[in-house]
Ligand binder design. Structure first.
Ligand SMILES: *Cc1c(COP(=O)(O)O)cnc(C)c1O
Length: 402
């Protein structure tokens, strides 16, 4: 058979065709009224997408650039900060905070798990200036409890800022950014918003803006105060990633179009869509006799699965690519060979999910030779989950997840 390449990866994710066209047509200069109108519109749309009244800024960088900006703009050397780490991206917070001279406390939990709020409470100190966490740890497929941590900080009357890497959380998890008191929330272009890598965006609270006035760490390209001042005039501090910004506008229009033009409702539909695809996938792999890597708190961004005992997960990754053109991801770093990850973030739907489950069934039988597994068992499990979740008699499902 011919191979049609499809990404099932948690970033970069499949590109939205309308966004690709917008990118190709973005032959404009950035110091013009035309660009300023585009920029202002996209920044406004981003506020709605993120779900905040705070300023949202765009940076020409991958997601890690915004993570670095959060650390460099909010902290001073010697500041005590707390990182909640459960995977590769949690470890990135630790490395960044160390690079900027912070005194770093870490709540570390094993890969595949999430921390308990008790552990967080114990690790929080009076002098903790900021708490850094992921909303979803893409390297392990875990969802963390952002709301729980935000509540805990309020209850403890902590002055610590809450900084959330929601790079795969946005568009896959319902957040009340302002209501919960998230101070910085970070997203990246190559994830839920279905455009290529190269843009990071972040919502910043008033408390965080105030903290920036007294923080002493060096910053230049990622000086958020300067960026904000320029953004209010419809400009970016340096040459913006014009084509990506045009693409982002088209993508946010598409998301709005999923709910009759209402972007917030479209975002909720996108989140519910990811939740559905993830639930279908979990049921399917379990019906295959495979184990989930993060069964207790699975993220909707991606599902991490353990291969059968004795099998290198790379075999499954390779077979899916070679036989079906389906690109999934292996484990990262020392997790390589131990798990495989199938993404649901962004432009994935029912059809994609059924297709990947069907291809996995082929591999389960021909390559993995899973005993007693027959064609259709995983598909049937996915079908049943789909039928349950979208049942129009249960609209409260979508609401209660919020
Ligand atoms: C993709 C991702 C990042 C950002 O990585 P970049 O390669 O810098 O874009 C950060 N955190 C999480 C949880 C991610 O999934």
């Amino acid at each position: 058979m011919i191979r049609k390449i499809r990404l099932f990866t948690p970033g970069p994710t499949p590109l939205l065709p309308a966004a690709q066209f917008a990118m190709a047509a973005a032959d404009i200069h950035h110091r013009t009224a035309e660009f300023r109108a585009l920029y202002q519109r996209v920044l406004d749309q981003l506020k709605t997408f993120v779900g905040t009244k705070n300023d949202v800024l765009l940076l020409a960088s991958s997601g890690t650039g915004a993570m670095e900006a959060a650390v460099s703009n909010l902290t001073s050397p010697g500041d005590r900060v707390l990182v909640l780490s459960a995977g590769k991206f949690g470890e990135r917070w630790v490395a960044l905070a160390n690079a900027f001279g912070c005194a770093v406390d870490v709540v570390n939990v094993p890969y595949g798990q999430t921390f308990s709020l008790d552990e967080v409470r114990k690790a929080l100190k009076i002098e903790t200036r900021a708490v850094f966490m992921q909303a979803t740890e893409s390297s392990t497929g875990v969802r963390h409890d952002v709301e729980g941590v935000a509540r805990l900080l309020k209850k403890a009357d902590s002055g610590a800022l809450l900084v959330v890497d929601a790079i795969t959380g946005l568009g896959t998890t319902h957040f009340e950014v302002d209501g919960w008191g998230v101070d910085v929330i970070i997203g990246g272009s190559q994830k839920a918003v279905m455009i290529p890598p190269g843009l990071a965006y972040l919502g910043v609270s008033n408390r965080a803006w105030e903290a920036m006035e007294i923080s002493l760490n060096p910053r230049y390209y990622f000086d958020l105060r300067k960026e904000r001042k320029n953004a209010h005039k419809g400009e970016s501090s340096y040459t913006p990633a014009i084509a990506l910004i045009a693409a982002l506008g088209a993508a946010l229009d598409y998301i709005a179009s999923q709910a009759g033009g209402d972007l917030a409702a479209g975002r909720d539909a996108l989140i519910d869509n990811a939740e559905k695809c993830a639930a279908m996938t979990r049921a399917a792999v379990e019906a295959m006799g495979l184990k989930l890597f993060a069964p207790a708190a699975p993220a909707a961004a991606a599902t991490a699965v353990l291969p059968p005992a004795g099998v290198d997960s790379g075999v499954i990754v390779k077979e899916l690519k070679n036989r079906f053109g389906a690109v999934i991801t292996n484990g990262q770093g020392e997790m390589k060979g131990q798990i495989f990850r199938v993404a649901h973030i962004g432009l994935f739907d029912y059809m994609d999910t059924i297709a990947i489950v069907g291809a996995l069934e082929q591999i389960a039988i021909s390559t993995l030779k899973i005993p007693d597994f027959e064609f259709g068992q995983a598909l049937a499990a996915a079908q049943r989950v789909f039928a349950e979740v979208v049942s129009p008699t249960k609209p409260e499902l979508a609401v209660s997840a919020r």
